[in-house]
Ligand binder design. Structure first.
Ligand code: RB5
Length: 145
């Protein structure tokens, strides 16, 4: 399991907190920035970590902006990405189990580091259930065509 990180300035500090948490858990990751609180555009920051997932270099992406919404909108425009912006544990779990989400988007101005780490844990530790959900995910992906 390897994680791809991406954030804009609004998500930078939360990204750093979640990286510390993954360090403690011994989960490897690659950080595609940003690396400062200087203003950057979230669509630009979504692309490199999502491409790393699509290339098979990383398994899942963790994306951060102020709300988590903008970077999730950008990520979901990238073919093959199923990004979920959420701030509750139930959604973070079921978006893996049922939607086979490959990117979790969190808002640095919405959730604190404690909740963010719980959301990340449940997202990383849950597996897609397949079965009837595969058919539905296939239909979602067919909408890209
Ligand atoms: C940047 O100020 C902010 O708009 C961005 O981080 C994000 O919240 C957009 O959805």
């Amino acid at each position: 399991m390897k994680v791809a990180f991406g954030a804009d300035h609004g998500g930078y500090l939360l990204k750093e907190e979640v990286k510390k948490h993954l360090d403690e858990r011994g989960i490897p990751y690659e950080d595609f920035g940003c690396f400062l609180e200087e203003s950057v555009d979230y669509p630009d920051m979504a692309v490199p970590p999502c491409k790393a997932v699509l290339a098979g270099e990383c398994d899942l992406a963790l994306l951060f902006c102020g709300t988590g919404v903008g970077i999730s909108m950008a990520a979901n425009k990238i073919k093959g990405i199923r990004a979920c912006c959420c701030s509750d544990v139930f959604s973070a779990k079921y978006t893996r189990l049922h939607n086979n989400a490959n990117a979790l988007c969190l808002g640095g101005r919405v959730v604190g580091p404690g909740l963010a780490c719980e959301l990340v844990d449940v997202f990383l530790d849950s597996e897609f259930e397949g079965g009837r959900h595969q058919r539905r995910v296939d239909k979602v992906m067919a909408l890209e065509k």
